[in-house]
Design a binder for this molecule. Structure first.
Ligand SMILES: *[C@@H]1O[C@H](CO)[C@@H](O)[C@H](O)[C@H]1NC(C)=O
Ligand SMILES: *[C@@H]1O[C@H](CO)[C@@H](O)[C@H](O)[C@H]1NC(C)=O
Ligand SMILES: *[C@@H]1O[C@H](CO)[C@@H](O)[C@H](O)[C@H]1NC(C)=O
Ligand SMILES: *[C@@H]1O[C@H](CO)[C@@H](O)[C@H](O)[C@H]1NC(C)=O
Ligand SMILES: *[C@@H]1O[C@H](CO)[C@@H](O)[C@H](O)[C@H]1NC(C)=O
Length: 372
């Protein structure tokens, strides 16, 4: 019997060694989840004791005191009153010794340092091995960015395209590219991936096209685009043509008025065939409507762009009449010398014919051209 205390001491010494068997294991000290998805903080423990453990999960967030979110005390799970309450719980029965926490529908504010502390009666671990720490980072994919164009879209000018998402964690990186058919990618310093800007200097007409911005982070990506339509000297000529068109229209009315008097006089003389000729010439209303739409074009020379919007005033579905004249004017561009030289451009003869211009209006044309 006297030997018992000694045996007890020996047993205590053995228990002291076995006390070191409690150990909390963490599969990953850093977990990330995309906002809205579920997150699992993988923690379990090993112990020589079969006693019911005491478990607490705490959340440490920057600038706030740590608070308890989940406990297992005296064999009972308790979810604390926190913003996590409806979404948090143990993933496995605690008796399985797997203490992993599940968080449903993660939100950005769930991010933080989650600390699991385990105590098992008869098994006191030292040195912090009864604590498991998991950092949770909730990632937010970028929302649809806003693409904008800043500056004048005239030949020789500089513009900055900007792209920005309101949401995104970590902060999205931005990449600009030019869409087909003239696919092109950009690099610093022209492109600023953090700010989302693309600087296009000394614009030329061949820089016109669709520019696409991709905002991207680890959680996802989103895009927007702008259509850049660089206005050149030949576009200026079209605007000059618009002014000219109204002059022609006005001139034609005067001309028709005069002709009408001649017609009336001649009708009195019984010369009917002149009347038919005058009817064929009467295209003035058509010319005037074209002049009006092109005039509207000249008013909006610095458009502000909505995502996906076209920089070309009036959109890409211009009236076919206008489109063909634009085409004709652009085609006439290189033949007229240095691209980008402003004003003083002659409209192609074909356009003038379409507009119903007559020889008598040619002096007015150069006058209108110099106005621009
Ligand atoms: C977890 O977050 C804390 C505080 O932000 C940091 O000190 C620690 O290094 C992080 N641990 C891991 C594994 O990322
Ligand atoms: C505990 O559960 C987590 C999550 O289900 C799992 O990843 C881990 O492997 C489990 N640990 C053990 C020891 O089974
Ligand atoms: C999380 O969601 C799953 C599936 O919707 C559900 O079975 C589980 O009970 C939820 N857990 C918590 C803690 O809300
Ligand atoms: C702008 O571009 C034109 C034609 O491409 C070129 O002749 C001119 O030197 C450029 N100007 C500057 C400042 O780079
Ligand atoms: C530009 O954006 C519009 C509208 O968001 C989209 O329909 C179009 O496909 C985009 N164009 C390109 C080249 O990405």
């Amino acid at each position: 019997m006297r030997a018992l205390p000694g045996a007890a001491l020996a047993l205590a010494a053995l228990l002291g060694v076995s006390a070191a068997t409690l150990e909390v294991h963490v599969a990953s000290g850093s977990v990330s989840a995309v906002e809205g998805q579920r997150a699992v903080l993988p923690v379990w423990y090993t112990s020589a004791s079969r006693k019911t453990p005491y478990v607490t999960w705490l959340l440490h967030q920057a600038g706030a005191d740590p608070f308890q979110i989940l406990t297992y005390l005296d064999g009972t799970v308790k979810v604390e009153e926190t913003f996590l309450k409806p979404r948090v719980g143990f993933l496995h029965p605690v008796t399985s010794r797997n203490l992993s926490v599940l968080i449903n529908g993660t939100r950005e504010r769930d991010s933080g340092q989650y600390v699991c502390t385990v105590n098992v009666p008869d098994d006191g671990a030292g040195g912090g091995r009864n604590v498991g720490v998991v950092n949770l980072t909730v990632l937010v994919p970028p929302d649809a960015p806003a693409c904008r164009l800043h500056g004048s879209v005239a030949v020789g000018a500089d513009v900055t395209l900007s792209c920005s998402s309101r949401k995104g964690k970590p902060a999205p990186a931005y990449r600009w590219r030019r869409a087909a058919p003239v696919a092109q990618v950009f690099f610093p310093p022209v492109q600023d991936g953090a700010q989302g800007t693309l600087k296009l200097s000394n614009l030329s007409t061949d820089m016109s096209g669709v520019y696409v911005c991709v905002a991207e982070n680890r959680a996802g990506s989103a895009t927007c685009n702008v259509t850049l339509e660089v206005f050149s000297g030949s576009n200026a000529a079209v605007i000059a043509g618009a002014v000219l068109g109204s002059l022609v229209g006005f001139g034609l009315l005067v001309f028709l008025g005069l002709q009408l008097r001649v017609y009336r006089r001649k009708k009195r003389d019984g010369q009917e065939e002149v009347a038919n000729e005058i009817k064929e010439d009467a295209v003035a209303p058509k010319t005037l409507s074209w002049a009006k739409s092109a005039d509207a074009a000249s008013r909006s020379s610095t458009p502000s762009l909505a995502p996906g919007a076209s920089a070309r005033p009036g959109g890409s579905r211009a009236p076919s009449e206008t489109a063909s004249i634009l085409g004709a004017a652009a085609a006439a561009g290189p033949a007229n010398g240095v691209p980008g030289s402003q004003g003083r451009r002659q409209l192609p003869a074909a356009s003038l014919t379409r507009m119903g211009a007559v020889a008598v209006m040619v002096p007015a044309q150069s006058q209108a051209g110099s106005l621009v």
